[in-house]
Ligand binder design. Structure first.
Ligand code: HEM
Length: 226
């Protein structure tokens, strides 16, 4: 076994992979949440459709997308492997974990939260990503150029109160997952410093609150005003 394979399959290597893919996924979420704000442009979908065309055709962003899909898969598989490893090493769990005195509810529920987010991602990709890539979708023309009308697909989906409700509730779970994940990722990477740790924790908390709110605003806005 090479040192590379050994490192990746060791306990710390697995944690490292979780941290690196997790932090990359958070970067994606920040870009995805801000980019999708075009939905609120109140222009019949022009800005949003132009933005999605750019995001799905630019060769650099296409390459990043493949890294994104791989990161989601690795993050999920490694999470399952680490959980199993921890259960074998410590089947009953720590007494203080049960009391929740030294660990937050979010930190003890990362697997449950992650599973809910994974279900969200599968449903989300089926509704938008799959339809955009493989479904039949209307075309619109702006300034003589043709665009897929993904905006109408998004509006149709969010006009359903159940679907919008599902998004808003899922964002609460995302908030808790991010609240622990951001700080934990940096800790795994070795950042444990008297001066910087409180800063990382604060930035993590801000991200965990702002990103899910920005995401949740979008379906609610479309439901109410589009
Ligand atoms: C609630 C607001 C959201 C809206 C309106 C939205 C909208 C979209 C749309 C329209 C697409 C397909 C077009 C594209 O590939 O760029 C997409 C793709 C995607 N979304 Fe979202 N999204 C939201 C939230 C989320 C959240 C919270 C996550 C993850 C937890 C997520 C993960 C993804 C992923 C992984 C893709 C595939 C990206 C790619 O192919 O590069 N989205 N989203």
């Amino acid at each position: 076994m090479s040192w590379f394979t050994k490192t990746l399959t060791s306990s710390i290597g697995r944690k490292l992979m979780m941290a690196l893919t997790g932090l990359f996924l958070i970067t994606f979420l920040i870009i995805h949440a801000s980019g999708n704000l075009q939905l609120l442009a109140n222009d019949g979908g022009k800005a949003f459709n132009m933005y999605t065309k750019f995001m799905t055709t630019s060769p650099i962003i296409k390459t990043v997308s493949y890294i994104l899909y791989a990161s989601i898969i690795i993050h999920v598989i490694w999470a399952i492997m680490l959980t199993r490893l921890n259960q074998t090493a410590r089947p009953a769990g720590y007494e203080y974990d049960k009391l929740g005195q030294s660990s937050s509810w979010a930190s003890r529920s990362m697997m449950l939260l992650g599973t809910i987010i994974l279900i969200f991602i599968v449903i989300h990709m089926k509704t938008f990503w799959f339809v955009y890539k493989f479904g039949s979708i209307d075309m619109v023309s702006y300034d003589g150029e043709e665009y897929k009308d993904l905006y109408s697909v998004v509006v149709d989906a969010f006009k359903n109160p159940l679907y919008t409700g599902f998004y808003v509730v899922s964002m609460v779970f995302l908030a808790f997952h991010l609240a622990h994940g951001f700080w934990s990722g940096f800790q795994t990477l070795g950042l444990n410093h008297k001066k910087y740790t409180p800063l990382i924790k604060t930035v993590g908390l801000i991200i965990a609150i702002v990103i899910p709110i920005v995401f949740a605003i979008q379906p609610v806005y479309v439901y109410l005003f589009a």
